[in-house]
Design a protein around this ligand. Structure first.
Ligand code: CTP
Ligand code: MG
Length: 229
């Protein structure tokens, strides 16, 4: 089985409210995206990593892994799903349709190598899979007025993380068709589900957070420091 990775990194990080996109912020002395790429590049089964970047990105060239022989840059798109699709189309020039592709957010620098391995081992089938975590709290669905309408069956609700792993051509078709149909595609699994597949939920560690809001950088710094200590 051949594996590749796609890293969407073309977002502006609006919710982070920093002076630059969050993937380029310093995290324990190193850019967020460099932490992320290091985990992917350390996995010998991954043959190449496609990074989707914004149109005029002045930061990428100064990253540690910008010149890495297994890293290639491609242009991102309007939304995350467009950035992923753009990278998949570029990947198709060197990969086979049945090759497996891992999609992993640039903004998730705390991925553990053992979780990555676990995903490769458990989700390399046709239906693919994703790292995820069962929710801990009781889950409510609100009505339009913000009142609790019902309590959901917690045993079947998960948080979806990345990486998400799928066969290249199946994922490309699902993304293209879901986008054309106007479906909200917030992750690869949602496009795959829409196309009738049931990706496997693989339980990962809760520290695989997506840096989204200001306090998240500090939390990620704590996780990485604790691990490396
Ligand atoms: N992303 C992308 N292309 C886009 C939008 C997002 O490649 N057009 C990437 C981001 O760079 C990030 C990942 O998708 O690595 C997850 O998206 P998100 O957390 O929403 O990042 P941003 O869109 O940058 O943040 P925000 O939504 O707060 O603006
Ligand atoms: Mg976004």
């Amino acid at each position: 089985m051949n594996y590749w990775a796609v890293v969407p990194a073309a977002g502006v990080g609006r919710r982070m409210q920093a002076g630059l996109p969050k993937q380029y912020l310093l995290l324990n002395g190193r850019r967020v995206i460099d932490w992320t790429l290091e985990v992917l590049l350390a996995e010998p089964r991954i043959r190449g990593v496609y990074v989707a970047l914004g149109a005029e990105d002045p930061f990428w060239e100064s990253c540690e892994h910008a010149g890495h022989p297994r890293v290639r840059r491609v242009a991102g798109g309007e939304e995350r799903a467009h950035s992923v699709l753009s990278a998949l189309l570029a990947l198709e020039t060197e990969a086979a349709p049945a090759d497996r592709v891992l999609v992993h957010d640039a903004a998730r620098p705390c991925l553990r190598p053992e979780d990555l391995s676990k995903l490769l081992e458990l989700a390399s089938g046709e239906a693919g899979g994703l790292l995820a975590m069962p929710v801990r709290d009781t889950m409510k669905r609100a009505d339009a007025e913000g009142r609790s309408e019902t309590t959901l069956d917690r045993s079947r609700i998960w948080h979806a993380f990345t990486p998400q792993l799928f066969p290249l051509a199946t994922l490309r078709d699902a993304l293209e068709q879901a986008l054309a149909a106007g479906v909200a595609v917030t992750d690869e699994a949602s496009a795959m589900e829409w196309a009738g597949n049931r990706p496997r939920l693989v339980e990962g560690h809760p520290d695989n957070i997506k840096i989204t809001r200001p306090g998240d950088l500090e939390l990620a710094g704590f996780y990485l420091q604790k691990r490396n200590a």
